[in-house]
Write a protein that binds this ligand. Structure first.
Ligand SMILES: [Zn+2]
Length: 506
């Protein structure tokens, strides 16, 4: 869900003290590795446990003080949101200003250690117990900050899994941070019975942890025609907790864990989750644990597990397995988010989904030129891609209108009852651009089907209809104009007759 880089950077550039600048003998800041050791000693937290908490939260990258989706900061994810104020708490415990804790990784680790120790004290751990990592389970679960026991257990189990697996990481400053794998059987205490054993209602291999009812809308206004891929900008457990937080006003149907691909469903597919603005009514949203700028989160396990989920959704709703229908948040019209970002491997993902890996070329133009043998350019690529999507082999989508494309055009025209002249004029464009599923559309509808209608109307009417996927008054007027010039009832809605006319190239 990341918003375009939120600008907190400028605020916290605590100026280098002039004295430090002047003196070449100023001590170098501690490495991340050394900061863990020092903070663990200062607050009597097991060093490996402290690293595991940090690794689970951030893979040891502080993201230059950029906040997570839940407004947590740094390697230890010190949080400043309406539900959780560990940043403030760390500031009080360490005496360090919040700005320093957000930005300075050694300070952030110290702050995280102080908060963890406070949780251990609250749980009544004695000095002897503090030496045993297994005894820290409840303290770790509460550090995660979720008031929901299932999400808290997800969080703590994740940390103990890291201890069992061990850590071999390079921190952001290049220092090596390692934890040797250790067999720890945590004392789960109050959380022993908190596992979400219930299978998810729509996808039984997922777990079910419901979102706060304040963060989604029951029911849908559109048919499901797309899957939207997101990256969380935060940890798995933190995202689940955030979606349970009634103040967050965000949700997704599914969240997928980086380490092993575990899937949690949070919103029923029949309901509208809040993850992609204009895309919400017609899509299923899948959040992937990670950060857009940090490829280490995008594991093979996560790709495989998410692709299996997307394949199931596509099969159940007859969604074409292509990049026009399985899209990134960044590709949904009217969104300012960048996820899943440049490190998300779409080719690999679409291969695992079992669909077409090629992204569609530009399909939206302000007008559609007549194309024939010998034509070249972006509109030829668009026509070729649309022909391929309709099952007519053009050879290659290369922007060159040759004999292969001409044959495909002829076959398409014959199938649609158009005169087979091998030329892509207004009628053939209208039929090509509107081809696909025919959901009932009216003012207020959004999505890919609306965009198809808008592009087809641009070709049919010979004037630009903005193809933003939002059925507003301009689209309604264009539909009415189309209907009244084609002998259809001008009701401004796209029902079976209007779809039929558009797809026949009328
Ligand atoms: Zn997103």
């Amino acid at each position: 869900m990341p918003a375009v880089l939120t600008a907190v950077l400028g605020l916290t550039l605590t100026a280098l003290a002039p004295a430090a600048q002047a003196s070449p003998a100023a001590p170098a800041p501690p490495t991340v590795a050394a900061a863990f050791t020092a903070a663990a000693e200062e607050y009597d937290v097991p060093r490996d446990l402290l690293v595991a908490v940090g690794y689970g939260e951030s893979r040891l990258d502080g993201h230059d003080g950029q906040p997570s989706q839940a407004r947590g900061y740094g390697v230890m994810h010190l949080v400043d949101n309406p539900r959780q104020q560990t940043l403030r708490e760390a500031s009080r415990l360490t005496g360090l200003p919040a700005a320093t804790l957000r930005h300075d990784t050694a300070a952030n680790i110290r702050g995280g250690a102080a908060v963890l120790r406070a949780r251990a004290d609250a749980a009544g751990l004695t000095g002897a117990e503090r030496d045993r990592p297994a005894a820290w389970y409840e303290a770790v679960a509460r550090y995660g900050g979720s008031p929901d026991d299932r999400a808290a257990r997800f969080y703590a189990d994740g940390v103990y899994d890291i201890l069992v697996q061990g850590v071999t990481a390079r921190a952001e400053d290049g220092s090596a941070v390692t934890v040797r794998p250790t067999a720890v059987e945590p004392d789960r205490g109050d959380y022993a019975d908190a596992a979400p054993l219930v299978a998810a209602p729509d996808y039984p291999s997922a777990l079910w942890v419901p979102a706060s009812t304040s963060n989604y809308k029951v029911g849908r206004t559109s048919a499901i025609t797309a899957v939207v891929v997101h990256v969380t900008q935060g940890s798995y457990a933190g995202t689940i907790s955030w979606i349970q937080n009634p103040t967050s006003q965000v949700s997704a149907h599914y969240v997928v864990r980086s380490s092993d691909g575990q899937v949690t469903q949070m919103v029923r597919e029949k309901d509208t989750a809040w993850h992609a603005k204009s895309g919400n009514p017609y899509s299923v949203g899948i959040e992937h644990e990670g950060w857009v700028d940090q490829p280490s989160w995008f594991t093979d396990a996560m790709y495989r597990s998410s692709a299996a989920l997307t394949r199931s959704i596509a099969d159940r709703y007859n969604i074409p397995k292509d990049r026009a229908h399985i899209v990134g948040h960044v590709e949904v019209p009217g969104n300012d988010h960048t996820d899943p970002g440049p490190h998300w491997d779409w080719n690999r993902y679409m291969q695992l989904v079992g669909g077409s890996t090629t992204a569609p070329p530009q399909l939206t133009f302000s007008s559609y030129a007549t194309l024939r043998n010998g034509s070249t350019g972006a509109q030829v690529s668009a026509a070729q891609w649309l022909l391929e999507a309709q099952g007519h082999d053009v050879g290659q989508v290369d922007g060159q209108f040759g004999s292969g494309t001409a044959a495909a055009v002829r076959a398409f025209q014959t199938a649609k009852g158009l005169s087979a002249d091998s030329t892509v004029g207004p009628k053939t464009w209208t039929a090509l651009l509107s081809a696909g599923a025919r959901p009932a559309l009216k003012q207020g509808s959004t999505g890919e089907a609306v965009q198809r209608v808008q592009r087809a109307l641009t070709a049919a009417l010979g004037r630009t209809v903005a193809a933003d996927g939002i059925f507003g008054s301009g689209t309604a007027q264009a539909v009415r104009d189309y209907q009244s010039t084609r002998g259809l009832d001008p009701d401004s809605e796209v029902g079976p007759l209007t779809w039929g006319a558009l797809q026949a190239g009328r």
